[in-house]
Design a protein around this ligand. Structure first.
Ligand SMILES: Nc1ncnc2c1ncn2[C@@H]1O[C@H](COP(=O)(O)OP(=O)(O)OP(=O)(O)O)[C@@H](O)[C@H]1O
Length: 243
């Protein structure tokens, strides 16, 4: 399968703080990468570098074999992003918010696409509701609808199941996996929900104080670290010295 994302020695320094150090990894079409690490390890910053929200101090990013720096516009349109920290304008309804975004990205058959995704993420009954009245779990699901609306090839999700109850966590994880299988997209997500991550991710990147301390297929990492679960792996790698 073809390579869709490659980072080469990505580093980020904020002021005098080195937040990411020489992060290198590669993903292929159809991969689901879970980025894990303790609070402050640099997971969100890494997503921001990959989305051009924050510029790297050094290093390179390649999408579909092309240098991100040189082909930003054509690449950004192929990327989707959802985060628990992203609130959409409160004064618009769910449908209006999605239409604004959909027109911006020139999404074809927009009305049909909006309905289809609202159904998929179980938000159709909130279509005409003002965004300000959504619960945090509903806002997260609206964010997911928005992230998938323009049929992106790579979707970045910053803690996509944060604020969702266990039933929704299970359901959304299943949906993400099905999207990857049916549309051959690639997903990169950060999460502290190790059980769910183990069920959906085929690759894991372990970040410890900005450095990659493990990357690869889940089964290879289990073998290399001599563990049987992601939770066991997490506690083996991120002992108290990480905090
Ligand atoms: N704009 C910024 N300026 C200065 N420091 C920053 C900035 N953004 C992030 N940091 C710092 O970079 C470090 C990594 O933050 P980041 O949000 O990437 O961690 P994280 O792994 O996503 O954490 P969490 O699990 O808590 O979400 C933290 O110490 C944070 O304070």
């Amino acid at each position: 399968m073809s390579q869709v994302l490659k980072t080469v020695s990505l580093s980020k320094i904020f002021g005098s703080k080195r937040v990411l150090e020489k992060v290198s990894f590669e993903l292929k079409r159809g991969d689901i990468l879970g980025i894990i690490g303790p609070n402050g390890a640099g997971k969100t910053t890494l997503l921001y570098l990959l989305l051009d929200i924050v510029l790297p101090t050094s290093g390179q990013v390649f999408y579909f074999g092309k240098d991100f720096k040189k082909h930003k516009t054509e690449i950004l349109i192929k990327l989707g992003f959802a985060s628990q920290y992203l609130n959409l304008p409160y004064s618009l309804t769910v449908e209006e918010n999605l239409k604004v975004f959909g027109h911006f990205y020139e999404v074809s058959s927009l009305n049909k696409r909006i309905d289809e995704l609202l159904e998929l993420f179980k938000l159709y009954h909130k279509k005409k509701v003002l965004t300000r009245y959504l619960s945090s779990g509903e806002m997260m699901r609206l964010n997911l609808v928005r992230a998938f609306l323009h049929r992106p090839e790579i979707v970045f999700l910053d803690e996509p199941t944060a604020g969702l109850d266990p039933e929704y966590v299970k359901y959304i994880s299943q949906i993400l996996k099905e999207e990857v299988i049916s549309r051959k997209i690639t997903i990169v997500l950060t999460s502290h929900q190790l059980g769910e991550l183990e069920r959906i991710a085929n690759k894991i990147l372990l970040l410890k104080q900005g450095k990659v301390v493990g990357f690869g297929e889940l089964k290879d990492l289990f073998e290399a670290f001599q563990v049987k679960s992601l939770e066991e792996l997490y506690f083996k790698v991120f002992d108290e010295t990480s905090f």
